[in-house]
Design a protein around this ligand. Structure first.
Ligand code: ZN
Length: 275
């Protein structure tokens, strides 16, 4: 009896995972809410929405955050506060340097694929100690080097753009937010699919800890090119499932699905090897 119950339970969970819950808030509307919330924060006219006892009780029944945020752990960067949001509004992943490594990507897959948020914001911030330490080549002990090595490509790219030292860290912070998007798209087949089929939008932004203002930088400038590497992989499941949706492929794909980082390595410009 217990065995059959477990099979039934696992079936329910796997089907829940396979079928994302739509929270009904498109990325465009989610982005508008964040922009308006940040504007209120900057102008010191916050309304602190959804922070009542009633809201707490309501979301205790289930959560449908309208946006997922990958931000730094920095004590000055509090997404709910700087976007003027409340309980159940944002699915927040915080990590030093807002890097997108395995656990962070898994968390974002949960926030989008399972909880249904259709917008992911990779939020860097000014005066980020992690980016500064990497740019300055500071010596770091313990587990920190393994944590911040995802930032190295952004610093290299900023130097490659010929940015002078005084502007290098600010530019590396911007590029590090884009690097987060790149790492998510390269490593997460689930999120790639959602982005490819226009169910999820990924944008980069940088929060200024001195003004409270968020600078919106939009999608990764090379997102289309990046997704093109995986186009075959993303269309094949639709063929296999015999999907009749309007998103069905226009042409048949003859090659095998591309895997993770390999095609990007071959291209050699979108991703750099960790040292
Ligand atoms: Zn930081």
């Amino acid at each position: 009896m217990r065995f059959y119950f477990l099979i039934l339970l696992s079936g329910v969970f796997s089907s829940l995972w396979a079928a994302p819950i739509e929270n009904g808030i498109p990325a465009k509307e989610a982005l508008k809410r964040l922009k308006e919330g940040n504007q209120r924060f900057v102008e010191e006219r916050v309304i602190r929405p959804n922070q009542t006892y009633e809201r707490m009780m309501r979301v205790s029944e289930g959560q449908h955050p309208f946006a997922s945020i990958l931000s730094c752990s920095d004590s000055r960067v509090l997404p709910e506060m700087l976007f003027d949001q409340g309980l159940g509004d944002l699915f927040v992943v915080r990590i030093v340097g807002n890097v997108a490594d395995t656990d962070e990507i898994g968390s974002l897959e949960y926030g989008t694929g399972h909880l249904g948020s259709q917008l992911i914001v990779v939020l860097g911030h000014s005066k980020c100690g992690a980016v500064t330490a990497v740019a300055n080549g500071s010596s770091m002990g313990g587990h920190i080097p393994a944590l911040v090595d995802n930032i190295i490509p952004a610093v290299k790219k900023a130097r490659g753009e010929g940015i002078k030292e005084e502007g290098l860290i600010d530019r590396a912070i911007e590029l590090n937010a884009f690097q987060g998007i790149e790492d998510i798209l390269i490593r997460s087949k689930e999120i790639r699919h959602l982005v490819f089929h226009k169910k999820v939008t990924l944008v980069a932004a940088v929060y200024d800890v001195s003004t409270g203002r968020v600078k919106w930088m939009g999608e990764h400038p090379e997102q289309s090119r990046l997704l093109k590497f995986f186009e075959a992989e993303m269309r094949i499941p639709k063929i296999a499932e015999g999907s009749q949706s309007s998103e069905a492929p226009e042409k048949k794909v003859s090659q095998a699905p591309l895997t993770s980082r390999e095609p990007v390595k071959a291209e050699g410009s979108l991703n750099e090897e960790k040292p």
